[in-house]
Design a protein around this ligand. Structure first.
Ligand code: KG4
Ligand code: ZN
Length: 338
């Protein structure tokens, strides 16, 4: 048997702290998850009805070392066994990003390991490669990222090649879910709560506007959000038809996402559609995408839809094997684009 130090495998420790999850993971060869630790701060932010940046970065500082230690322990590896330390450098909250980036730099410097700064959106795109079926993926692929911070459509002609087709002009899809959830009196975050409340609702009860923005792959959800707010204002708060409002709002968001994606599928000859990001765990979105698109639609398992470090390691693996290395003066980029 080959001694461990001559192993042909590439093992990457990744750290993700761009928003309100403190996460660390070890991934082998860009696809096998050896550990995936996620310390969520959701309960902490629920009292504010949204992520409180200062509170988020302080909490990251408190737990980051324990989260990294647990990721190594669950992977049965020590830092010496790793080939690279990867970290999300943006986009995200500056104070939160700094905690992850400085932790990764400390490990890389202290243990003489290569360092890679990864784009968070690229991480979501690579959440689809964390599977044993990753070598069956054929390019070009159409990739939709729908999260709390982003609604972006990309054409991927190859690994690490992204053509940005369009994105949100105002609210991201997840942001709209969270805002509407709040006015419906649902718990934070609104996305999963609306998904659940919609089970008992009629998605055709209210006909909310769909901003289709002809001739573009851009998205806009602020008009929809305003229409929901206006409808709610017309009701006695004690008699709000919460389930029907949730289901009708969700139907409108899903409709727009599906119509735009279908149009891009028709324009570009893609082999499949990949949907990732927190909103991609929405059950109605999954169902309608699968029904209405003429090519296979792939989604990550729900645990890899919301923020995690395994997806950062998966993206880092592609950069690492292509030879990229970052220097220790790499900085956070809160508005980084892909
Ligand atoms: O990817 P993510 O964890 O963080 C960002 O990068 O933004 O996405 C979080 C977003 C939140 O807005 C949350 O409400 C939404 O994903 N979300 C959902 C569902 N689960 C999470 N939205 C709709 N339906 C869901 N089941
Ligand atoms: Zn995210």
């Amino acid at each position: 048997m080959m001694p461990e130090q001559f192993s042909q495998h590439t093992r990457i420790l990744a750290i993700e702290t761009s928003c309100d999850e403190t996460a660390a993971a070890v991934v082998e060869d860009g696809r096998r998850i050896l550990s995936n630790v996620i310390a969520s701060q959701t309960d902490l932010h629920a009292q504010y009805g949204g992520v409180f940046p200062e509170v988020a970065s302080r909490k990251h500082v408190e737990v980051i070392h324990a989260v990294v230690a647990q990721a190594l322990q669950e992977a049965h590896l020590s830092i010496e066994d790793l080939d690279c330390i990867a970290v999300t450098r943006g986009p995200g909250l500056v104070g939160s990003l700094l905690v992850g980036v400085n932790t990764a730099k400390g490990i890389a410097l202290g243990r003489q390991k290569p360092l890679l700064g990864i784009n968070h959106i690229e991480g979501h795109l690579y959440s689809l490669w964390l599977s044993d079926e990753d070598d069956q993926i054929e390019f070009p692929v159409l990739a939709l990222v729908v999260s709390g911070g982003h609604t972006e459509l990309y054409l991927m002609r190859d690994h690490l090649e992204y053509e940005h087709l369009g994105g949100t002009l105002d609210d991201a899809a997840g942001e709209a879910f969270d805002k509407v959830g709040r006015v419906l009196g649902l718990p934070f975050p609104g996305g999963p709560a609306i998904d659940k409340a919609s089970e008992n609702g009629d998605g055709t009860f209210f006909r909310f506007p769909r901003a289709v923005l002809e001739d573009s792959y851009n998205f806009s959800f602020s008009g929809l959000k305003t229409a929901v707010l206006r409808t709610i204002a017309g009701y006695d708060p004690d008699r709000l038809p919460v389930s029907d409002l949730a289901a009708s709002f969700q139907a409108a968001v899903v409709d727009v996402l599906v119509v735009k994606t279908a149009r891009a599928v028709a324009e570009y000859d893609v082999s499949a559609v990949h949907v990732s990001g927190g909103v991609s765990s929405n059950r109605h979105l999954r169902k309608v995408m699968a029904q209405r698109l003429p090519v296979p639609v792939r989604f990550p398992p729900p645990i890899l839809c919301t923020d995690n470090a395994a997806m950062i390691a998966a993206a880092a693996h592609r950069h690492f094997t292509s030879g990229r290395r970052d220097s220790l003066d790499m900085d956070v980029l809160p508005s980084l684009q892909l």
